[in-house]
Design a protein around this ligand. Structure first.
Ligand SMILES: NC(=O)c1ccc[n+]([C@@H]2O[C@H](COP(=O)([O-])OP(=O)(O)OC[C@H]3O[C@@H](n4cnc5c(N)ncnc54)[C@H](O)[C@@H]3O)[C@@H](O)[C@H]2O)c1
Length: 391
């Protein structure tokens, strides 16, 4: 849509037929794109979705933005990236720019995408240009979007860089030039790893403070009064979504390939994964010990506030720890209709304790407070209320 707004005609190629049909019917599958925005682009004929890869032949710019998840061993899984590169390659025209926007480890463009395209591209397509411009999106963010978030661009040669800069300067307020695709790829991993380790630091610090009866949030507020050299991060149930918990493991894997270890990042991952167990223990300690099977209501199961996305949500581990300790668990999230085969309950569900895991608008927290239900607040969103206990 950012490219459409900048005057480009855009074709979205996706191998999921249901998603193609949904988009072409005018129903947006992306939270930050409204149906009316999508419908306007469809009706003007400047956007359409298709599962026909041959439409790539009409493009002068191709951006690859498929998911880059982890496999069963929690290592990079580039199956979708390889299949997307393989799908587009036979239809790449001469003088086309191919950009990888998917998050991956340094070397992905040069060592994986380029050989696939060069092996399979049509004979007349002699000049093909390649760049890396990692996607920077914060779903649900009312301020930062594709247009006003600067974009990193790193290409394999000067001609590719000039084409990539021209494209991204047309859709973003600022394109930031770096010397190679590997710098852009590594910068993306650094950005998300920066968040992972700082969240882990504050999650660990929370446990130290709580053991001494100190309010971690008051400590963070106090430290935030320093005007330089400090940035506040807040504790929570853990880390969710398909970026922050995933991308740093691309970094740890990449380090291992050259016989090194990213020990600091590995520790951060471990600490964040221990957090749901800690939260479960804290919540159950709020229940009268005579209750053998406490009823626990989890408020918010999406990985963050304002979205209905439950991918990698740490609330799954929280629920599992609660159940393992004998609790009966129910959940409520106005933005999530079903979750891992279960349905939500309403806030009238009788419980012994509630855990505010993810604050969502439309949650009647005041109603729970009025019923004197104790709430463990993992979101730092309710302060100075009776019955609310912050992490
Ligand atoms: N969404 C974000 O918040 C965000 C932010 C920054 C970076 N990223 C990165 O951007 C990339 C894409 O993430 P996303 O959230 O947009 O993914 P997504 O899960 O929304 O998937 C994008 C689409 O790719 C399609 N797809 C999968 N394999 C395909 C193939 N071989 N050919 C054609 N289409 C295919 C899927 O059907 C899906 O519709 C990832 O590398 C991610 O790390 C995402």
């Amino acid at each position: 849509m950012a490219a459409v707004d900048a005057g480009w005609t855009v074709i979205g190629v996706d191998n999921l037929e249901a998603k193609v049909a949904q988009i072409n019917s005018g129903s947006s599958p992306v939270e930050d794109i409204t149906d009316s925005q999508l419908k306007a682009a469809l009706s003007r004929g400047v956007y359409k979705a298709t599962n026909d890869f041959s439409s790539v032949s009409q493009a002068s710019v191709i951006t690859i933005c498929v998911p880059t998840p982890l496999d069963d061993k929690r290592e990079p899984d580039l199956t979708l990236l390889r299949s997307a590169a393989t799908g587009i390659a036979p239809f790449v025209s001469n003088e086309t720019l191919i950009v990888s926007e998917s998050t991956s480890y340094p070397g992905t463009l040069r060592d994986i995408i380029i050989p696939i395209v060069n092996n399979l591209k049509p004979e007349p397509s002699k000049s093909v240009y390649f760049a890396s411009a990692p996607e920077r999106v914060n779903p649900g963010d009312p301020i930062w979007n594709q247009k006003n978030t600067p974009r990193l661009i790193g290409s394999i040669d000067d001609a590719s860089q000039a084409k990539a800069l021209a494209f991204y300067e047309s859709i973003c307020d600022a394109a930031v030039s770096v010397s190679t695709p590997e710098v852009a790829e590594a910068a993306k991993l650094l950005e998300n790893t920066f968040r992972l380790v700082n969240i882990a630091l504050i999650n660990e610090f929370t446990q130290l403070c709580a053991a001494s009866g100190i309010s971690v949030n008051e400590v963070i507020d106090a430290a935030s009064s320093k005007p330089y050299g400090f940035m506040p991060f807040r504790p929570g149930v853990g880390v969710g979504g398909h970026c922050i918990p995933v991308d740093p493991l691309y970094l740890t894997w990449w380090a291992r390939q050259s016989g090194q270890r990213a020990e600091f990042v590995e520790s951060a991952d471990l600490i964040n994964h221990q957090m749901p167990k800690y939260v479960a223990k804290r919540a159950l300690s709020m229940v009268d010990s005579s209750i053998k099977n406490p009823k626990v209501l989890i408020l918010g199961v999406a990985y963050k506030s304002g979205v209905g996305d439950v991918r990698e949500t740490p609330v799954s581990e929280l629920r599992d720890h609660l159940i393992a300790q004998g609790a009966e668990v129910a959940w409520h999230d106005p933005l999530v209709p079903t979750w891992e085969g279960s349905n939500p309950v309403d806030l009238g569900w009788e419980c012994d304790v509630a855990i505010l895991a993810t604050k969502q608008s439309g949650m009647d927290i005041e109603g729970l407070i009025a019923k004197n239900i104790q709430i463990l607040d993992c979101t730092y969103s309710i302060t100075d209320r009776n019955g609310i206990f912050p992490l």
